[in-house]
Design a protein around this ligand. Structure first.
Ligand code: ADP
Ligand code: MG
Length: 323
């Protein structure tokens, strides 16, 4: 099956941040309203993700750790049609094959949950556990059995930055979900989960929306866009503060990032970039099949049209403010 092969090729658990991403995306797929991420030593010692989502039935938990054809989507384009982010059915087995994993999970309305303990792909224990609805996964001893991969890890400082970055993006893409990220016992940020993007931006970037962060909205026959952009005087020295989501999925796209910057019509100082969150709603048929989910790069048909819409909407919004 070519699709499976293509998908599998992109699937690599290469660092703590990839584990955080996979676990949090599973929590989002399970319709969680609250997701707490707790890491020790930049995830090198432990990564724990606790959610209040649908949970896994006791008799299905072993299946969840088996490499399988996921039922979440039928093909790649479906990725943008459905809400779910997982589609490869192999994050959990991959993680469990290179680490020690303990998962406690329970579905709503059950009298008992289940705890499973795996290490290096082997199930060491499985027993009844707390019935608290949701899933609690703890990953320790990452790459204990693949020392070569350990060597590729960067300093804890860099690994933590990557974790923070991915959690920030997922929180910005999902303002209805309350996120918290705690490192070595210190809470790095917490979002309210009240659906307000400005609250998430304030929690993550410490920027109050109002005078310097402006909401914008616009549409054409094919696309709807909305979000927040900073005024030209509120900038950063990297593009990293620009987040783009398509149908609530965090993506990367060079042309659309450029379109945001073009919206400023040269009002930005050289080497300075805005803080921006851009949400795009579109019909999934416009997402090119040439999409690489692991890297989050997407190509779109009608990309020039969308880029023009984005630049125009942002330009209009910023010009209004400078009247
Ligand atoms: P995928 O997400 O691609 O289906 P994963 O290996 O990430 O594959 O997860 C396997 C399965 O385990 C999921 O399809 C889902 O049914 C279940 N699962 C994993 N994490 C959670 C979670 N936090 N809450 C509920 N179910 C989960
Ligand atoms: Mg998954």
């Amino acid at each position: 099956n070519v699709l499976a092969d293509q998908i599998a090729a992109g699937e690599v658990i290469e660092r703590p941040a990839s584990i955080v991403k996979e676990l949090v995306e599973n929590s989002l797929d399970a319709a969680s309203q609250r997701i707490d991420i707790i890491v020790e030593n930049a995830g090198l010692d432990s990564i724990r993700v606790i959610d209040d989502g649908q949970g896994i039935a006791a008799d299905e938990i072993e299946l969840a750790f088996k490499r399988h054809a996921t039922s979440k989507i039928a093909n790649r384009r479906d990725l943008f049609r459905v809400r779910t982010m997982g589609f490869r059915g192999e994050a959990l087995p991959s993680i469990a094959s290179v680490a020690d994993v303990k998962m406690t999970t329970a579905q709503a309305g059950t009298t008992a949950g289940v705890m499973i303990h795996l290490r290096g792909g082997e199930t060491l224990a499985k027993r009844p556990a707390s019935a608290r609805q949701g899933t609690d996964v703890k990953v320790t001893e990452l790459f204990f059995n693949t020392p070569a991969r350990l060597k590729y890890l960067k300093s804890p400082h860099t690994e933590l930055a990557r974790i923070t970055d991915i959690v920030n993006r997922l929180a910005l893409a999902n303002p209805h979900v309350a996120f918290s990220l705690t490192h070595n016992g210190k809470e790095l940020f917490r979002t309210a989960g009240n659906g307000k993007l400005q609250q998430v931006v304030a929690a993550i970037y410490g920027v109050q929306v109002g005078r310097k962060m402006l909401p914008f909205i616009g549409e054409d026959p094919d696309f709807k866009v909305d979000g927040l952009v900073s005024l030209p005087e509120l900038t950063r020295s990297s593009r990293q503060y620009i987040t783009i989501t398509i149908n609530h999925r965090y993506v990367r796209n060079f042309e659309l990032t450029k379109a945001i910057i073009n919206g400023y019509r040269s009002k930005l100082m050289v080497g300075r970039y805005p803080i921006a969150v851009l949400n795009i709603q579109l019909d999934p048929v416009l997402v090119d099949v040439n999409v690489h989910p692991a890297k989050r790069e997407v190509r779109l048909s009608k990309e020039p049209q969308l880029a023009k819409l984005i630049a125009d909407v942002i330009n209009r919004r910023i010009s209004q403010e400078n009247l």
